[in-house]
Design a protein around this ligand. Structure first.
Ligand code: ADP
Ligand code: SR1
Ligand code: MG
Length: 408
């Protein structure tokens, strides 16, 4: 079928032409509801009238940025990369990825499992829900997806094939270059300008050239370092969760980029949530749980990544017999420490971009009280600055926690 933008009616007509979906719903009558709350795409919950539990998600990319409108064109080919990434990640670790029922690159559409018993993690965290299995789940997801799509695990030719498959996601990479690394740190029309104009903290940030130079180093890593297949936008709005299960959705920003970028995105979003609780709820117990979770995520990520590497005797990078065991272990540990360092740097950029840039996060921009919101912004900028200025000197996860705790 040639591409056309679907709506609540035509999505049903379209889906009923697909055998697997017709079989899924059987003789039931189906209805559709648009439930998208993201910045880019349209998301339909398609469910049975007779059995509301029987449902699927149909997500379609339109040739513009949803949150702005048709005046901001954005190639719908982003869905091609989301489809490819869902497939790739599902093959590595199916437990953490919604099962795809149907996809069409031509229609820029994917139909997947409806996660009816899960919520967007950001909402849960804002409401102070503790997800005790999260650090275990997400550290497995991140270490496995990053390790097994990198030159540490893949043959040289398979790695280059993988890069070819994702190299075309140019528009979303450019969006990140602009919206994460550049525009939020300078005067720009896309910023939250009501809050920027005559705000001394914004002026201070825009003139902090020491900080901005370090951001450039990180942007350069983002633009040039092709370590592994990334999710590319791994914030807590891209995670659906309950007490027992964790799913990672929405990998449309996927590309082969630096190891630390996904880990950094997650770290930034957990710290933003911590800031929300420092300023708004002042819930000490929850704050402590968040800090412990941050530590566990980072430590478990490092340990699991190392373990995958130890289990693999031969790799495109370090062929069998090249190093002795002792040197090899020291080399691997240093390598993983550098991933964590970069993650901290990227986390700093990602935290700071949420303060004045387009697409703020509910934890900070959603604070109604202007004074409290200003406090949260200041705290976010303070931690972000520490992260960006010191990321290349970090040695342990405890040092990261110290930066977070000492910022008040
Ligand atoms: P966008 O690409 O526009 O950011 P998302 O993939 O983040 O879109 O989806 C938007 C929203 O749709 C999510 O925040 C979530 O509420 C809902 N959603 C997406 N995928 C699923 C799913 N598989 N099951 C249930 N809800 C989903
Ligand atoms: C205008 S798009 C803004 C942001 O939404 C996505 O989730 C990415 O984080 C992007 O930078
Ligand atoms: Mg999204």
């Amino acid at each position: 079928m040639n591409y056309k933008v679907l709506d609540v009616n035509s999505v049903i007509e379209y889906l009923l032409t697909i055998k697997a979906i017709e079989t899924f719903f059987g003789s039931d009558t189906i209805k559709a509801q648009e439930i998208g709350d993201g910045n880019l795409n349209y998301v339909y919950k398609v469910s049975s009238e007779q059995d509301p539990e029987k449902a699927l998600i149909a997500k379609q990319a339109v040739p513009y940025l949803r949150c702005v409108g048709e005046e901001f064109p954005l190639s719908r080919e982003r869905m091609t990369f989301e489809i490819r990434a869902l497939d790739k990640f599902y093959k590595i670790f199916p437990n953490f990825i919604p099962k795809v029922q149907h996809s069409s690159e031509e229609m820029s559409l994917v139909v997947m499992e409806y996660l009816g018993n899960h919520i967007i993690m950001r909402e849960g965290l804002i409401n102070g829900v503790k997800y005790t299995k999260f650090s275990e789940h997400i550290s497995t997801y991140m270490s496995a997806t990053l390790f097994y799509t990198s030159s540490l695990a893949l043959s040289s030719s398979n790695k280059r094939e993988l890069m070819d498959k994702f190299n075309g996601n140019t528009e979303l990479c450019k969006l990140t270059e602009d919206l994460v690394f550049s525009f939020p740190f300078m005067e720009h029309e896309t910023n939250d300008n009501e809050n920027v104009t005559s705000n001394p903290n914004a002026k201070k940030l825009f003139e902090d050239f020491e900080f901005k130079e370090k951001v450039l180093d990180l942007k350069y890593k983002f633009m040039t370092q092709s370590d592994a297949l990334l999710h590319g936008d791994l914030h807590t709005g891209s995670i659906m969760i309950n007490k027992d299960e964790t799913y990672v959705i929405d990998p449309e920003f996927a590309f082969v980029g630096p190891f630390g970028f996904d880990v950094g995105a997650l770290l930034a979003n957990l710290v933003n949530n911590y800031i929300h609780h420092c300023v708004v709820t002042k819930d000490e117990e929850f704050k402590e749980w968040l800090l412990q979770t941050i530590k566990e995520v980072l430590d478990k990520f490092s340990e699991k990544f190392l373990q995958y590497w130890r289990e693999l005797k031969d790799s495109a990078l370090c062929v069998s017999g090249y190093l002795d065991d002792r040197t090899s272990e020291v080399y691997k540990k240093r390598f993983v420490k550098n991933i964590i360092r970069d993650s901290v740097g990227f986390a700093g950029c990602k935290m700071a971009r949420r303060v004045y840039g387009v697409a703020g996060v509910a934890e900070i921009r959603g604070i109604q009280d202007v004074t409290l919101r200003g406090e949260a912004e200041e705290l976010a900028l303070k931690i972000a600055r520490e992260f960006v200025m010191n990321y290349d000197k970090i040695n342990t996860s405890d040092e990261i926690l110290e930066i977070i705790k000492n910022a008040r």
